[in-house]
Design a protein around this ligand. Structure first.
Ligand SMILES: Cc1cc2nc3c(=O)[nH]c(=O)nc-3n(C[C@H](O)[C@H](O)[C@H](O)COP(=O)(O)OP(=O)(O)OC[C@H]3O[C@@H](n4cnc5c(N)ncnc54)[C@H](O)[C@@H]3O)c2cc1C
Length: 429
């Protein structure tokens, strides 16, 4: 299949949905792609048991039901060429040509290895949310939430709504940093209301600052979590640990396209101008792929990108004050929830760093670049293609992630063979 879109949007989270709606308001024909079966991205992930918030329903409905939007669910970008994306859905591979492309590929969790992090019963904080929303049973389970940032509150609220007993939220940032962050929320009233609502839903759940998970202990499953807090070390028996150390932009597609990146600590994000345009004229980027900023920032950047990609810069210009205001929140998040040195020292030599291929941290000794470590140990060669272990190694200061080459995700051979876009003959032996 070959299709042409005036504006092609990758990612149907808040940024991509806003981009699609903005572009159609100028008459553009829009293609909206997402690897997931339902639109909404991370924050509005479809919940099989609970209705979506009204803003999510309006945003999703507004974009997907528009006659000029083609909604391409369960569609993953595999490879790129100037002006085209090669995608795969459950049935076939296709080529999608575009006048302008908007990358709204969002973010994923940063997972930092510690002893026991691969035990059944241990997941990311957002990972637990995703499982619960997809119907994984949590009722009656004792859940401990840990790591850093406001996502912990959202994860705890989801777990509680799905019937879990939330034993506590253990935030690694110190009490002073958290207090200052909370004290600055009046500048973003919508965030202040969101935080107050979450605290209301979590009444009675302890929130401990300056606390780090040292180990997860168990046999065939998690039994106990060992924490280090301001009052020393404690062990908490539980069934489930949900732990996340913040988010990382999904820049792989942007990298493959040749977009310029800038670095925030150990991790890259896509660099754009005020129109959300990258260094490539036809490629725009919006939302968390441009740096972690939350839902509101993603929505306004998505709208700017959609207007600009459809050639309506005056509409995009009108949104600039909202964008600056929303991005200031991102800066507050970054400084107040900076990671404590303790979290970098938790992995021991035999802690698995690559859980897809069972590679231990000590197996990385002696390697100074991703490629040689990967070739010798298979680290990063599993299902996640280095998205988890590569980010962890960069964060631990070992070495940063390498470049990208197609296929971006493991793809079916039939898909690759279907097209001259990615001829099988080019695959190296
Ligand atoms: C696991 C997780 C849970 C979160 N939960 C919350 C929460 O409860 N509350 C909250 O306020 N914030 C939450 N966040 C933060 C959230 O990411 C943002 O606030 C908001 O969703 C960002 O919007 P976005 O549109 O930039 O990206 P996202 O919402 O992340 O959307 C990006 C979309 O792009 C798709 N995609 C990415 N790459 C490709 C590709 N190559 N091909 C096809 N599709 C692709 C993804 O499937 C995804 O649907 C969560 C983040 C994560 C990682």
């Amino acid at each position: 299949m070959n299709e042409y879109y005036d504006v092609l949007v990758v990612g149907a989270g808040p940024a991509g949905l806003a981009a699609a709606q903005a572009a159609t308001s100028h008459g553009a024909r829009v293609g909206l792609i997402d690897a997931q079966a339902t639109a909404g991205g991370q924050v509005w992930r479809h919940d099989v048991r609970h209705a979506a918030p009204s803003l999510a329903r309006r945003s999703i409905g507004g974009a997907l039901t528009h006659s000029r939007v083609d909604w391409l669910a369960r569609t993953q970008v595999v490879a790129v060429e100037t002006g085209s994306l090669f995608v795969e859905d459950p049935r076939r591979g296709s080529r999608l040509d575009y006048g302008a492309l908007v990358l709204a590929t969002g973010a994923r969790e940063l997972l930092l290895p510690f002893p026991g992090w691969t035990l059944p019963g241990v997941t990311g904080a957002g990972g637990l949310q995703a499982l619960a929303k997809q119907g994984w049973p949590l009722a009656g389970r004792r859940v401990l939430i840990a790591g850093s940032g406001p996502l912990l509150l959202a994860a705890a609220a989801t777990a509680k709504r799905h019937g879990a007993t939330v034993l506590g939220i253990y935030e690694q940032a110190g009490a002073d940093a958290v207090r200052r962050f909370a004290g600055s929320l009046w500048r973003w009233p919508a965030k202040a209301i969101q935080a107050a609502l979450l605290r209301g839903q979590l009444a009675g759940v302890p929130y401990r600052c300056g606390s780090v998970v040292r180990r997860a202990l168990g046999d065939s499953t998690l039994r106990t979590v060992e924490l280090e807090g301001p009052h020393g070390i404690e062990q908490v028996p539980c069934d489930q640990l949900a732990i996340g150390y913040g988010l990382l932009p999904n820049v792989e597609l942007a990298q493959l396209l040749g977009c310029e990146l800038r670095w925030e600590g150990a991790h890259p994000q896509v660099s754009t101008d005020i129109w959300q345009q990258t260094n490539i004229d036809t490629v725009y980027a919006a939302g968390e792929v441009c740096g972690i900023g939350g839902r509101d920032s993603a929505r306004v950047e998505g709208a700017i990108a959609g207007h600009a990609a459809a050639g309506a810069r005056s509409a995009a210009m009108a949104l600039q004050p909202r964008r600056r205001h929303a991005r200031a929140f991102a800066e507050a998040l970054r400084t107040r929830f900076a990671l404590d040195a303790r979290v970098y020292a938790l992995a021991t030599p035999d802690t698995l760093i690559c859980r897809c291929e069972d590679v231990a941290l000590s197996d990385m000794d002696g390697y100074t670049d991703t490629r040689s470590a990967k070739l010798a140990t298979r680290c990063g060669m599993g299902a996640c293609q280095g998205r988890i272990c590569g980010a962890a190694l960069a964060e631990l200061g070992r070495f940063s992630g390498g470049g990208q080459r197609p296929p971006l995700f493991p793809a079916r051979l039939s898909t690759l063979g279907d097209t001259d876009f990615f001829p099988l003959a080019t695959i190296e032996e």
